[in-house]
Design a protein around this ligand. Structure first.
Ligand SMILES: Cc1cc2nc3c(=O)[nH]c(=O)nc-3n(C[C@H](O)[C@H](O)[C@H](O)COP(=O)(O)OP(=O)(O)OC[C@H]3O[C@@H](n4cnc5c(N)ncnc54)[C@H](O)[C@@H]3O)c2cc1C
Length: 290
């Protein structure tokens, strides 16, 4: 038997200044031959429903790609992963929104929080077009001031936290003194179907840069374990290589005979802008705004 995790050069990937993602386990873990990957479990599960009727598509890769194209997702739920993750609390708050996973987090009621907080390498500027996003970096002076505040607040907070614990304040209340850039750790278990859904959202450019770093680390850890499923996801997921077109967009595209971007039948500015972005993605045009 072969351990599929042996395919990984490293089982831990560092993220941010003090965080990491470590793969703990996966299911299936043991496979019969060195060439097999955990993708095998997807096809095994799928064949219970397709049985002998899959003769034409019974090649593993073809079958997985077929399943993905047709949203036949249940077989991917038979592959599971467990990770140990260390990330700042403000990232974990976003991460835990994935409800289709199991978590077990370090208890700051039970144990003392270590003096580990995140200090960014660069200080990003607020985006003018995306209220949830950032773009470029702020001027050096402003970055310096922000980092000085952050370091000072963290040092003062931790000192007050320790002092309060020494004075007998319960750990569950003393932690109120700590800011959200303190690191937490948790175990995270999820099946492949829901993990790929989560990675599509959190690897995307709309997600916060810090959480993207963790999502990309998870992606690089699972890729050698389920290469065929990841390849299908890259090819067919609308937030990866594929694209979802609305009826209005299909109509505009079907009447397109070259030249300027065809109009879609909508006066909604955002919808029209999304169409321009998709059109440019297909035809490789410049970024234009309506
Ligand atoms: C870029 C970005 C910005 C975001 N901004 C915000 C924000 O400003 N504020 C905020 O609160 N959240 C925000 N979120 C979180 C977001 O709304 C989702 O909660 C999060 O991404 C989890 O997605 P999910 O529900 O699809 O995943 P999961 O919880 O893993 O669920 C997977 C799928 O299971 C199904 N499902 C699970 N539970 C239920 C249920 N109870 N009922 C019905 N179907 C269910 C759904 O189909 C769901 O898509 C943001 C997320 C992203 C990626």
């Amino acid at each position: 038997m072969y351990d599929v995790l042996e395919r990984l050069p490293e089982k831990t990937i560092k993220c941010l200044d003090k965080g990491f993602v470590k793969i703990i386990d996966c299911m299936p873990r043991l496979v019969a031959s060195k060439e097999d990957t955990a993708d095998l479990r997807i096809t095994e599960a799928a064949r219970t429903s397709y049985g002998e009727g899959t003769k034409k598509i019974n090649q593993e890769r073809d079958l997985i790609r077929y399943l993905y194209r047709h949203s036949h997702s249940t077989p991917t739920e038979f592959v599971e992963f467990t990770f140990l993750i260390k990330m700042p609390i403000f990232c974990a708050r976003q991460f835990f929104r994935t409800r289709t996973a199991s978590y077990n987090e370090y208890s700051a009621r039970y144990s003392i929080v270590p003096d580990d907080y995140h200090i960014p390498d660069e200080v990003r500027a607020q985006s003018a077009t995306n209220k949830q996003g950032s773009v470029g970096v702020v001027e050096e002076d402003n970055a310096h001031t922000f980092l000085a505040h952050l370091n000072e607040i963290c040092a003062t907070s931790y000192k007050a936290y320790q002092e309060s614990i020494d004075n007998g304040v319960a750990r569950e209340q003393a932690r109120m003194l700590l800011p959200v850039n303190y690191y937490t750790q948790f175990y995270f278990k999820i099946d492949l179907h829901n993990l790929l859904h989560m990675l599509a959202l959190r690897c995307d450019s709309h997600a916060q840069e810090e959480i993207r770093e963790f999502a990309h680390a998870i992606l690089s850890l699972i890729k050698p374990v389920v290469p065929i499923a990841v390849e299908a996801w890259e090819d067919y997921h609308p937030l990866r290589g594929a694209m979802k077109l609305t009826r209005l967009e299909v109509e505009a595209l079907s009447s397109y005979e070259g030249g300027a971007i065809p109009e879609i039948d909508s006066d909604n500015k955002r919808e029209r802008q999304e169409w321009v972005e998709k059109f440019n993605k297909i035809f490789g045009g410049d970024e234009v705004e309506y």
